[in-house]
Design a protein around this ligand. Sequence first.
Ligand code: SAH
Length: 354
Amino acid sequence: MPESTTIAPALEQRLAQLIARSGPIPVGRYMAEANAHYYATRDPLGAAGDFITAPEISQMFGELAGLWLADLWVRAGRPANAYYVELGPGRGTLARDALKAMKAAGLSPPVELVETSPVLRAAQAALLPAARWHDDCAGLPENGTLLIVANEFFDALPVRQLVATGEGWRERMVDYRDGRFVPAAGPPAPAAAIPDTLRDSPPGAIVETSPASAAIAGALAERIAAQGGAALIIDYGHQVSSPGETLQAVHAHGYADPWAEPGERDLTAHVDFEALARAARHGEVKSFGPVGQGDWLRALGIELRAASLAAAAPERAQEIAQARLRLTAPDQMGSLFKVLALVARSWPDPEGFR
Ligand code: SAH
């Protein structure tokens, strides 16, 4: 097909052509291509976008994340050469609020952001003009302590789906039939791809794994072990590896069909915290949690912070109380969202995980 005669086809067309040429593609490839397009072409956050995140709900979230890091850094003996690192920083709101809280504790680290979206890099630059950007974790500085935050980053990374057949496992693929993307059974998958606690799942069971997430958690752990520091990972997902399909699409603050309009909806999957902690174990770090976001925020003093913000701005007292509930209540973000910490072995234990 002559390439010069067409402008770049929409992602849907490109994926459909790819499938027509070489057959169904793995679910992970579909998710990776869809999200790369999605984030590269828009700022999805906020009322006018597709979803809202904790740092966009209230400054208290970023402030407490910053205090958590600053407290660890102080108790570790205030090592020189500390960097603030954030993965998938969105609009930069969390980083701005965390850095403000860290500064009050005597810590003003250089800012290193891992972000692939040009649109979101521009938004981050408006709040964090002195930051440096990286396409992936490999480019992060190798000569100092890393104070790392990742909020709703891992849920956007591609998952692999595997289906139990009763006689082993098959890769789940995405086919394109009659103008629609549809899941389809693929080639056999090795049992080693399934967490050992799930290998006996009944026929029809779907298991999701995220090799990309495990690779990043492993790399962060190795860096922290070698350079000192900690990583704070916050996301929604499950504490132990569990079967079930969690891949979902979100559009305009509601659920949408993940197999329609790839690249125009946010695709996410539940984060498997057990798998993240397992991947990090190779890196000689201590891991803490996951605990519920509500418990963690309460342990760090969100009630006090909310009270002092409300005292300083009584006209906003109700809004502040609502934001606190949204972040902490078990039927809102308090339980489904979880917090996992990875900390260098030579560092003290972190707050909020008792
Ligand atoms: N942490 C922010 C934004 C969450 S949205 C908040 O809490 O508001 C997911 C973020 O991860 C976006 O910034 C998106 O551009 C980024 N992202 C998604 N996939 C990525 C990848 N593979 N590499 C780097 N950044 C990615």
